[in-house]
Design a protein around this ligand. Structure first.
Ligand SMILES: Nc1ncnc2c1ncn2[C@@H]1O[C@H](COP(=O)(O)OP(=O)(O)OP(=O)(O)O)[C@@H](O)[C@H]1O
Ligand SMILES: [Mg+2]
Length: 244
C-alpha cells in the first residue's frame, strides 16, 4: 500500500488532489518526455521509454521528481510505469512511498536464480510497479555500473516496451554508476535546485552527458523570490517544480 498521507505531507502528488499545483507542474514536466516516447515508438533501439533522473549534486530533488513523475504518469493513465530505485547509496524511493524494504535490483545482479519478475513490487496504484534497489551489498556501486546492469536496462526496455521506466539515480558528478547508466537510457532529466546548484557544477554535469541525445534540465525547489529566475531558459526546457 502506498502511503498517500505521507506523500501529501511531503508536498507530492496524491490521487485525491489532481488539481494541485504540483500535479499541474508535473503535467508540464512529463509532456515532452512522453512526446519523445511516442515519437520514437518505431525506433525501440533509442530506448526512449528508459528515463533517468539525476542531478549534479546530492539533495537537489531527484527522488522527489522521480516519484512524482511516476505518480503523475500512472495516475493519469498515460502509460504503465516501472519506477526503479537505482541509488544504492541513499535509496529512498521505497521510504518515500511508505513501502517496506525488499529484494530488488542488486539481488537480480548478484544471483542468477533471482529473476526480475520475482522482485518487482505491485503497488496500490494498478499502473505503478516498483523495482527496489534490494539487499545491501558492499560492491553495490560496481554492480550498478557493470555490464550486467547494462544488459538488465536493455532487457527492461524491450520486455516492458509498453511501460515508462523511471530510474532514480545518485548525483552524476559523484557516481560512476549514474554515468554508466546514462549511456543506456533514452532520456535523461537533470534536476537543478534553484539558487543552490552552482553554474560550474551544472555545466560539468551537462558536459558528462554531452554525447547523449535527449537531456532535459528541470529547475526544482523554486520559491517565491526566485520565480523570475525560473522563467529564464536554463540550458533546456524551462520545466520546473516549486517548493511550498
Ligand atoms: N519541489 C520540491 N518541493 C518540496 N520539497 C522538495 C522539492 N524537491 C525536493 N524536496 C524535498 O527536499 C528533500 C531532498 O529531496 P530528494 O530526496 O528528492 O533529493 P535527492 O536529489 O534525491 O537527494 P539524494 O542526493 O540524497 O538522493 C526531500 O525532503 C524532498 O521531499
Ligand atoms: Mg534521492
Amino acid at each position: 500500500m502506498i502511503d498517500f498521507a505521507r506523500l501529501a505531507g511531503a508536498g507530492m502528488i496524491t490521487p485525491d488532489d489532481l488539481q494541485s499545483q504540483i500535479a499541474d507542474e508535473f503535467r508540464l514536466i512529463k509532456r515532452p518526455l512522453l512526446d519523445n516516447v511516442r515519437a520514437s515508438s518505431r525506433s525501440p533501439e533509442q530506448r526512449a521509454n528508459l528515463i533517468m533522473i539525476t542531478s549534479a549534486l546530492a539533495g537537489e530533488g531527484k527522488t522527489f521528481v522521480a516519484v512524482n513523475l511516476a505518480l503523475s504518469i500512472a495516475m493519469e493513465m498515460d502509460y504503465r510505469v516501472l519506477l526503479v530505485e537505482a541509488d544504492a547509496r541513499r535509496p529512498s524511493v521505497l521510504s518515500t512511498l511508505g513501502l517496506p524494504a525488499s529484494r530488488g535490483l542488486i539481488d537480480v545482479l548478484v544471483d542468477p536464480g533471482v529473476r526480475l519478475g520475482d522482485v518487482l513490487l505491485r503497488t496500490s496504484l494498478p499502473r505503478l510497479s516498483v523495482l527496489p534497489v534490494g539487499s545491501h551489498h558492499a560492491r553495490a556501486a560496481e554492480l550498478l555500473s557493470s555490464q550486467s546492469m547494462t544488459v538488465l536496462a536493455r532487457e527492461l526496455s524491450s520486455r516492458y516496451s509498453d511501460r515508462i521506466i523511471i530510474f532514480d539515480t545518485p548525483p552524476i558528478l559523484s557516481s560512476a554508476e549514474a554515468r554508466a547508466l546514462a549511456m543506456h537510457v533514452g532520456q535523461i532529466v537533470v534536476v537543478v535546485a534553484a539558487g543552490s546548484t552552482s553554474n560550474s557544477a551544472l555545466r560539468h554535469a551537462l558536459e558528462t552527458l554531452e554525447s547523449r541525445p535527449t537531456v532535459m534540465t528541470m529547475l526544482n525547489k523554486v520559491t517565491g523570490s526566485s520565480q523570475a529566475y525560473a522563467r529564464e531558459e536554463y540550458g533546456g526546457r524551462p520545466a520546473r517544480a516549486t517548493q511550498a
